[in-house]
Design a binder for this molecule. Sequence first.
Ligand code: SF4
Length: 265
Amino acid sequence: MPGKPEEIKMVSNAMANVPRRKMMAFLAGGERTSEEIGEAVGKSMLDYHLKILEQAGLIEIGDSKIRLSEFGKNFMEGKAEEPKEAVADLSGAKPVEITEVRQLLPCIADSTKFRIIAQMAPPLGGALKPLEPLFPRGRYSERIGALIIQRGDVLITIYGTGNVTMTMIKGEAEARGVLAELREKINEAIAKGVAPAPREKVRVEPMEIYKYLPQTDCGECGEQSCYTFAIRLMAGEVSLDLCKPLRDSKYRQNREHLQVLVEYI
Ligand code: SF4
């Protein structure tokens, strides 16, 4: 039975996905083979979804059959309350303003796009994390204490200190427009005083990961191709660090995008 925050998060993530919820509902009717599950709910990324459910302790994968674990059964029967991540109170947070926007040198990957640095005040600090569900492609990183939001090709990082960086943006005017939208969304949540309800995340496909890899099939990571590496990355079998060519400064933007995408895996 999950109890630690990271275990609770794994269950929440596992059940925040429609195909995985369908798999759980199908398995509630009894143990099945993976072929039966694939036929009933779809074969797309079947192994990946099953692995996520197994890691969350919701199912057991045997030699030939897959079944709900005891926790999974209780979960589906409502005997176990669905673990919820703590919902933060935003009543202490103050509305924010964008106080500074500076356009820096063009991005290395695309010289028609720019890197922007901005300042948000007052700093949101710990209130940033509960704001994550506001943005379908947003992910809070505990490691850097920042909310990272992907918006098309534009990557926005809001730090708890109030610093904001934006990459692959057309210029200062576009940046100001995007920042105004962000400020409006954040202030709306702060005005309500509560964190928004968790929302289903956008699913990442291997092709999306592949798009940002160097696509040279150099083999330095030990894989035969970049696409194989993308699939193994999705399955949690390799880490992004194994792709050494990505450390080259010319791939800096790609690396930043990939670092965001792997947060969704
Ligand atoms: S090291 Fe990177 S570029 Fe080379 S094959 Fe692996 S993923 Fe592709």
